[in-house]
Design a protein around this ligand. Structure first.
Ligand code: 13P
Ligand code: SF4
Length: 296
């Protein structure tokens, strides 16, 4: 990996990677984390170039936070299907109908963030919704919205029918089968999972929250109800514990980024995230508000 190191130095670049990235990407990254940690890291870095290994909305958020930096996104086709489920025009109409604050999950396009009041991630969604004065329009993940509603009882929360295909595919049956095979294992679930999975989880958290929980827990085994690659990071950081992924829990878009594409992007300095000045300026406010709130 001498070539990569040399390129990184020449460009003064940092590589940020999400917890669902391929093992070889996690291994070469300067920082691996959940969407909130990655946005925070993007804000702190003094590198000139950010190579973002994740999906579109994460790379766009890094650019919005750092309009003057170059954000390389090694495969432009790595688009989160959930983020494409809500559009700015429909959201404006809904806002006119309810006159509530729009809380948009970070899994949204920059155009949707630009018409939102505040963003959130799975690590702070409850805290963000609680902070709003009145009712809330929550987009786009219905499962995360339903999870938030378990904690926020005093607000009218309007949900959007969006979902993550990967987490929708994690069935209670698959988890119960793993539990039968590993009865001592604790069940960790992402809030994008369906309510029946949330009901039986020992801990519901963002991907980073799951890592932290497993580190602090006395348990030695965990069933991990989210994208499978999180288990790679967990095993790497906790080699003495066992992590059981759910079969077929793969996010194909997260796998589009490869080592070759990362090197090529640094060589050619493309593809770069490009957004209109107007959208960036408007989308920055809800993202910054979210960052000020920190973790939930
Ligand atoms: P985290 O913010 O928990 O890492 O989740 C991101 C995501 O896309 C989950 O599907
Ligand atoms: Fe989007 Fe789901 Fe993939 Fe996360 S796991 S990036 S929500 S498709």
């Amino acid at each position: 990996m001498k070539k990569l190191e040399k390129l990184k130095k020449e460009r003064n670049a940092i590589i940020l990677a999400h917890n669902y990235q391929r093992p070889e990407i996690q291994d070469i990254a300067d920082f691996v984390g959940d969407s909130l940690a990655l946005a925070m890291k993007a804000k702190q870095t003094d590198a000139d170039v950010i190579v973002f290994c994740g999906v579109d909305f994460m790379a766009e958020s890094a650019k919005i936070i750092n309009p003057d930096k170059i954000v390389l996104f090694p495969d432009e086709k790595a688009k989160c299907p959930m983020a494409a489920m809500v559009d700015a025009e429909s959201l404006i109409k809904l806002k006119e109908k309810y006159d509530y604050d729009v809380v948009s999950y970070i899994n949204t396009t920059a155009a949707v963030k630009a018409v939102s009041d505040i963003c959130c991630t799975s690590a702070n969604a409850v805290k963000v919704v609680q902070s709003r004065p009145d009712g809330v329009i929550f987009v786009p993940d219905e499962n995360l919205g339903n999870y938030v509603m378990r904690f926020v009882k005093d607000k009218d929360i309007i949900l959007w029918p969006g979902f993550c295909p990967t987490h929708m595919g994690i069935s209670l049956k698959d988890i119960m089968k793993l539990k039968e095979e590993h009865p001592q294992a604790e069940i960790l679930a992402h809030p994008e999972c369906t309510p029946d999975v949330i009901d039986i989880a020992d801990k519901v958290a963002s991907t980073e929250g799951m890592v932290r929980y497993a580190m602090e827990s006395d348990s030695r085994e965990f069933i991990v109800a989210t994208e499978r690659e999180l288990c790679y990071r967990m095993k790497k950081e906790m080699p003495d514990k066992e992590f059981y992924p759910v079969k077929n829990a793969v996010c194909p878009t997260m796998k589009k980024i490869t080592l070759e594409k990362v090197i090529k992007s640094l060589e050619e300095m493309k593809p770069q995230i490009k957004l209109s000045e107007e959208i960036m300026e408007k989308a920055k406010k809800p993202l910054e508000k979210m960052l000020e709130m920190g973790r939930g």
